[in-house]
Design a protein around this ligand. Sequence first.
Ligand code: DP6
Length: 339
Amino acid sequence: MKAKSGGGKASAVAAANIAFIKYWGIRDERLVLPVNPSISMTLRSCLSRCTAELLDDGAETQVFLRTESGELAPAPDGFANGVREQVERLCEWAGESRSMRIAAHNNFPTGAGLASSASGFTALTVAVLGALGREVDPTEMSVLARRSGSGSAARSVFGGYVEWPAGESEDAGHGVQLAPPEYWDLCNVVAIVDPRPKSVSSREGHRLAPSSPYYQRRQEELPGRLEIVRRAIAARDLELLGPVIEKDAVELHLVAMSSRRPIFYWQAGTLAVLEAARQLRSQGVQVYCTIDAGPNVHLICRPEDEEAVAETVERLAQVEFVIRDRVGGPPTLDDRHLF
Ligand code: DP6
């Protein structure tokens, strides 16, 4: 991916990613550097679109969300401030003092544990640099996307299977592609038990994580888990991958639930989906669950099992709807502007 568009206006689309080994614990909040490495799969259908246009000097950066009816509405303060800070950061990096009009849209639930900030801030970063006419390679783009505050954005800059190492220095804190999307066609059936935004941010979760008595234990186990996940991706071995990603997801939530103060992302529906996955496994279906910072469950399976998995969880009373997603590619620039 080359972010180069120029002409003062650019639109980018970027996908969310689902972490197999989770980032949970931050070691440098300003630089957005994690305590532990993480590995994820970039998705294909859960997408964020962003349009960025340069404004005349002196104006303030304006931030809008595209509503379902196609209109632009001013973005809520918290999101707008995060966007403005990232626009400033990117302009400063580019050596320009500019402001912008920004519009953003997600085609999937926002802030509900589906990595909408990873896709949103990646799309923003690619669009802003495109509007500035700057050519940036994916490694540098990953560092710049991460600095938005959404660390997992460092991974959405790449397609396929991606590792974000803990990064000894600020510039080393970028994602690395482990395998391209076509290497292994995996599905992610997302069971939405609650599409509403979560009440405790991941940022708060990262801060509180070390206060859990289980935090250090998970950290000690992570090198072994990361190695298994790297091996499983290289060998396209779902039976090797599945149990370790399910375990890591459950333990992230164990850490969250036992932080001082505790954070409960799970709901009754979360447990119902986990139970349905266990039932499917007992019938021979290879399906494994992972859960980000929210109540919704991502069921990882092979394409030939996607239908059975989706139908099973769709039938559960606590599941509002299901998103059928797969491994996908890197962000792209195009001319489908939001304004
Ligand atoms: C549980 O700080 O990247 O999804 O700002 O919400 O994007 P957002 O979150 P971020 O933390 C991600 C936490 C996680 C695990 C992961 O994606 O690695």
